[in-house]
Design a protein around this ligand. Structure first.
Ligand SMILES: [Zn+2]
Length: 442
């Protein structure tokens, strides 16, 4: 059997000269059979021999013994006159790489071991297998290894991020496979994103919002990639559309949710005059809403109205699409139920009882709600004091029974996460509006 074929499978350039079997070491003496070698500088082949020298390599252990290869290597003269490299050493395609003291196959095994176990543990395991190697040598293998190119991406998400909110923004790029941030661009400009995307020829998917510059940059910079609107923005857009729809139909929807007065178990206390206005904040908001509606009727554009009234354009836009001013919802109207006896007693005692006075008294008794909450709750239960007793509103007009932005979120929530009250609200809203029924997925 040819020993060289056993030691160097499928490689016939090496000849085994001798094998020395010692107690715990096998030394193999080897020489290459190649007659010529290319100069590493000018790549011209040379056959002119300069000298021999011996290189020593650690190899994979054999029969429980450490294995060492002594390679008789040649030095050649370079035959190209212009080449500055006059003498060069013999190079090989496999097994023995320049400036190495370990064969390629052993180095491969050591690298995998140290990556799996770490330096110290790998050193101990290697000694068990008769490979004398130190942990520092092993760790150096990791240090010197060229890492796989992680700068090639197939799926990228792009969005803006703030250096300083409302002042300076950049773009953030996230690798969707590893969910890690891979780059930050200094601005939100089309040009910067195009330059970045053009360096990514393998990009298959880009997720983005609806920002025009990102859309154009994605189309120009990575025309091969599919553009996807990311989930967060899809849900945000959907919730905005639902809120807008409910704001528009607010009066009707709210009426459908108003409980019937005869269903209310609370008796309406006797009629007694007092109380002037509704909550002051509501009054101001209502006043500004009316001013805005007046300007809208005059046909002024959003920016002009916003400038004149000192409102944000978003608020103007919201008001434009709605006919009725949506009032704040209140959750805790039920809190006054515990104080019904006191309220009834006080109304009987004092014909001119102010709501503010009543509220202060209730606060002292431990009522946790604010003034406006109390006012709304009184309206909800049909309890009237002061002037309101003279002009009783129909219960349909009093109070708001849902908040469009909150209700929109319920439409986006999975059914199993909703409680009974939330489900009932969605049911009622869907019964009142066929558009909303389409928006409900269950
Ligand atoms: Zn040369």
């Amino acid at each position: 059997m040819n020993l060289a074929n056993l030691i160097f499978p499928a490689n016939d350039i090496f000849k085994v000269i001798s094998v020395d079997n010692q107690t715990d070491l096998i030394s193999i003496y080897v020489q290459s059979g190649q007659k010529a070698c290319r100069c590493p500088n000018c790549c011209e082949p040379s056959t002119k021999l300069h000298s021999y020298y011996t290189r020593r390599f650690n190899d994979l252990p054999t029969f429980g013994k450490a294995c060492r290869i002594f390679l008789r290597s040649r030095k050649y003269y370079c035959l190209t006159e212009e080449c500055p490299l006059k003498i060069f050493t013999e190079c090989y395609e496999d097994h023995f790489r320049p400036r190495k003291r370990t064969t390629s196959r052993l180095e491969g095994k050591l690298f995998n071991t140290v990556v799996e176990l770490g330096g110290k543990a790998a050193e101990r395991i290697c000694h068990h297998f008769s490979i004398p190697v130190s942990d520092t040598t092993l760790l150096r293998l990791i240090n010197n290894a060229s890492l796989p190119d992680s700068r090639v991406f197939t799926a990228i998400g792009v969005d803006d991020w703030a250096y300083k909110k409302r002042e300076r923004y950049g773009s953030i790029l996230v690798d969707l496979t590893t969910r890690k941030v891979v780059d930050l661009l200094p601005d939100r400009e089309e040009k910067s994103l195009i330059t970045w995307l053009r360096k990514q020829p393998k990009l298959e998917i880009i997720t983005r919002d609806r920002y025009g510059k990102y859309r154009r940059a994605a189309t120009k910079g990575a025309p091969q990639a599919i553009q996807v609107t990311d989930r967060w923005h899809l849900l945000k857009n959907l919730s905005e559309a639902l809120t807008k729809m409910m704001n528009r139909e607010y009066a009707g929807l709210n009426r459908s949710l108003t409980p019937k007065i005869d269903e209310s178990p609370v008796e309406v206390p006797g009629a007694l005059p007092v109380r002037e206005k509704e909550v002051a904040t509501t009054g101001i908001i209502k006043q500004r809403f009316d001013e805005m509606k007046k300007l809208q009727a005059e046909g002024l554009p959003i920016t002009k109205i916003a400038g004149r009234l000192g409102m944000s354009r978003q608020t103007v836009r919201k008001y434009m699409s709605t006919e009725t001013l949506v009032r704040k919802s209140y959750k805790n109207r039920g809190m006054i139920e515990n104080y019904f006896n006191h309220i009834r007693k006080r109304i009987e005692e004092d014909a001119n009882l102010y709501l503010k006075t009543l509220w202060s008294e209730l606060r002292l008794m431990g009522y946790p709600g604010g003034y406006s909450t109390l006012s709304e709750a009184m309206a909800y239960y049909g309890i009237r004091i002061g002037k309101k007793t003279k002009n009783p509103k129909s219960p349909e007009q009093s109070g708001s029974f849902f908040k469009p932005s909150n209700a929109a979120m319920l439409f986006l929530t999975p059914e199993y996460k909703l409680n009974i009250t939330q489900k009932e609200l969605i049911d009622k809203l869907c019964k009142s509006s066929s558009d909303l029924k389409c928006a409900c997925y269950w």
